[in-house]
Design a protein around this ligand. Structure first.
Ligand code: IMP
Ligand code: MG
Length: 175
């Protein structure tokens, strides 16, 4: 496994994250916002995003995993790490690295809605619309990309390559 073709450069990411933050700043102003990062893939994006927010941001994390039946994902999520804050009556913003099948975010937003927040919005750096199994679109999306497995800027392949400052395709070959 090695780093393949570069897909999105550091400069392109920085420009787009700044634009996303501007949109969020226009929407939230100086309101209190519970910003929830979905571990682990969000951590680089989340850091770059919150640095640019003007709202009264409170940073929290959740960790989610998808149930597997053998090797086949049946799409049902489990919470590996839950929130340690009550979101009732609060404005919630979820920061996610990438939307693929849509299973994680469609189920997570339904689950969080039951906790009666004032609002829930989703900001995803990346989206692969061709891979959707359930209908789900983020309120804010950084880049729509084609159906390629990618690494870098927080995204991993077998826990490797999260540290790359850019986004690249992964080259998988038998060693
Ligand atoms: P889904 O939308 O529920 O299918 O899952 C999205 C999650 O799958 C993301 O949060 C990532 O952790 C992971 N994922 C999906 N596509 C990729 C990719 O191309 N590279 C790395 N992780 C990915
Ligand atoms: Mg993830």
């Amino acid at each position: 496994m090695k780093i393949g073709k570069k897909m999105i450069t550091e400069e392109q990411i920085e420009k787009r994250v700044t634009e996303l933050a501007e949109e969020l700043n226009n929407y939230y102003g100086d309101r209190e916002v519970i910003v929830i990062g979905i571990l682990k893939g969000c951590f680089v994006f989340m850091a770059d995003l919150v640095k640019r927010l003007t709202c009264d941001a409170r940073v929290y994390f959740m960790e989610i995993s998808s149930y597997k039946l053998g090797t086949v994902s049946c799409g049902k999520i489990t919470i590996k790490k839950d929130l340690d804050v009550d979101i009732e009556g609060k404005d919630v913003l979820i920061a996610e690295d990438i939307i693929d099948s849509g299973n994680t975010l469609s189920q997570l937003t339904e689950l969080l809605k039951k906790r009666n927040p004032k609002s829930i919005r989703v900001c995803a750096l990346l989206s692969k619309p061709a891979r959707r199994e359930v209908e789900f679109e983020a309120d804010y999306t950084g880049f729509e990309i084609e159906d390629k497995f990618i690494i870098g800027y927080g995204l991993d392949c077998g826990e490797r390559f999260r540290q790359l400052p850019y986004i690249a395709e992964v080259e998988i070959y038998d060693e």
